[in-house]
Design a binder for this molecule. Structure first.
Ligand code: ADP
Ligand code: MN
Length: 178
C-alpha cells in the first residue's frame, strides 16, 4: 500500500546479522515475550520452495527474493512480525519499524559456527562477514538510520538483555497517526 502512514496496529521488527549471531534464539524469545509472530525466512524459503535451487559452494538455497517478498506482503502489512534473516537489503523499506543487527565477537562466532558444522569457505566467509560488519552496513544502507540498532550477542546475558530491551520497545510502540 502506498503512502507514508503504515496503518499497522502492531510493529514489524527485523532481526538480522551474520549466521550464528543468535537471530533465531533472540527472535523466538522475543516472540514469546511479546506475542508477535516469529517469521524465520530461511525455514519459509525451504518449506515453501521460495528458491532457485541449491548452491553447492555455499551449501545453501539460492533465495528468490521476489517470491519471498510476495509471500510475506500481506502479513507484513498487517503488522506484528519478527522477521529473522541474515540479509535485509531486498525487503521493502516500509515494512519495518525497527531493524536489529546482532553482532558477535569473532572467536565466539567461530566456535558457534564450527559447532554447527561449518567448515572451509562457508566458515571463513561468515567470519569475514562479521569482521567487516557487512550486515550493519547493509542495514544502514537500506533503512532510516534512526530505526537501525546494533546489539551485542556474545553471551546468554546479552540475549536476555536484548530481549528485555526489545520487549520494552514493542510494548511502547504506537501506531503512526493517519
Ligand atoms: P542464527 O539464527 O543467527 O544463525 P542461532 O540463534 O541459531 O543463530 O544461534 C546459533 C547458536 O549459538 C545456537 O546454538 C545458540 O544457542 C547459540 N547462541 C546464539 N546467540 C548466543 C548468545 N548471545 N549467547 C550464547 N549462545 C548463543
Ligand atoms: Mn537462524
Amino acid at each position: 500500500m502506498a503512502g507514508s502512514s503504515s496503518g499497522r496496529k502492531k510493529p514489524n521488527v527485523l532481526v538480522t546479522g551474520t549466521p550464528g549471531t543468535g537471530k533465531t534464539t533472540t527472535s523466538s524469545f522475543l516472540a514469546e515475550a511479546t506475542q508477535l509472530r516469529h517469521v524465520n525466512v530461511g525455514d519459509l524459503v525451504r518449506d515453501k520452495n521460495l528458491h532457485d535451487g541449491w548452491d553447492e559452494q555455499f551449501a545453501c538455497h539460492v533465495i528468490n527474493e521476489d517470491l519471498v517478498c510476495d509471500e510475506l506482503e500481506d502479513m507484513m502489512e498487517e503488522g506484528g512480525n519478527i522477521v529473522d534473516y541474515h540479509g535485509c537489503d531486498f525487503f521493502p523499506e516500509r515494512w519495518f519499524d525497527r531493524v536489529v543487527v546482532l553482532q558477535t565477537e569473532n572467536s565466539v562466532l567461530y566456535d558457534r559456527l564450527s559447532k554447527r558444522g561449518y567448515t572451509g569457505a562457508k566458515l571463513t566467509n561468515n567470519i569475514e562477514c562479521e569482521i567487516f560488519q557487512v550486515l550493519l552496513e547493509e542495514a544502514k544502507d537500506s533503512y532510516p538510520e534512526d530505526i537501525v540498532v546494533a546489539l551485542r550477542s556474545d553471551t546468554i546475558d546479552d540475549i536476555n538483555r536484548n530481549v528485555a530491551t526489545l520487549t520494552d520497545w514493542v510494548r511502547n510502540w504506537c501506531p503512526k497517526p493517519e
